[in-house]
Design a protein around this ligand. Structure first.
Ligand SMILES: Nc1ncnc2c1ncn2[C@@H]1O[C@H](COP(=O)(O)OP(=O)(O)O)[C@@H](O)[C@H]1O
Ligand SMILES: [Mg+2]
Length: 60
C-alpha cells in the first residue's frame, strides 16, 4: 500500500532555458496538513502547478 498521498521523485521544470525545479523529491503524507514554505521565487507555485497539471510536459 502506498504510504503517501502524493509522491514526487526527481521533478525538473524549465521555463525556456531556466531550470526552476531541480531534481525535487517530495512526499506528502495522507491525512495530514502539509505546508510548503520558502522565499519568493524558490519554486513553490511551480511545484503546485506541476502537481495540478497546469504545467504540462512539452518535448524540446
Ligand atoms: N511563467 C513563467 N515564465 C518564466 N519564469 C517563471 C514563470 N513563472 C515563474 N517563473 C520563475 O520561476 C522561478 C520560481 O517561481 P515561482 O514558482 O513563482 O516561485 P514562488 O511561488 O516560490 O515564489 C522564479 O525565478 C520565477 O521568476
Ligand atoms: Mg508563488
Amino acid at each position: 500500500m502506498n504510504e503517501h498521498q502524493i509522491s514526487v521523485q526527481k521533478l525538473n521544470v524549465w521555463y525556456d532555458h531556466h531550470r526552476v525545479l531541480k531534481d525535487v523529491n517530495v512526499n506528502i503524507p495522507k491525512k495530514q496538513i502539509t505546508a510548503i514554505i520558502g522565499p519568493s521565487g524558490c519554486g513553490k507555485t511551480t511545484l503546485f502547478m506541476s502537481l495540478n497539471r497546469l504545467l504540462e510536459l512539452t518535448e524540446a
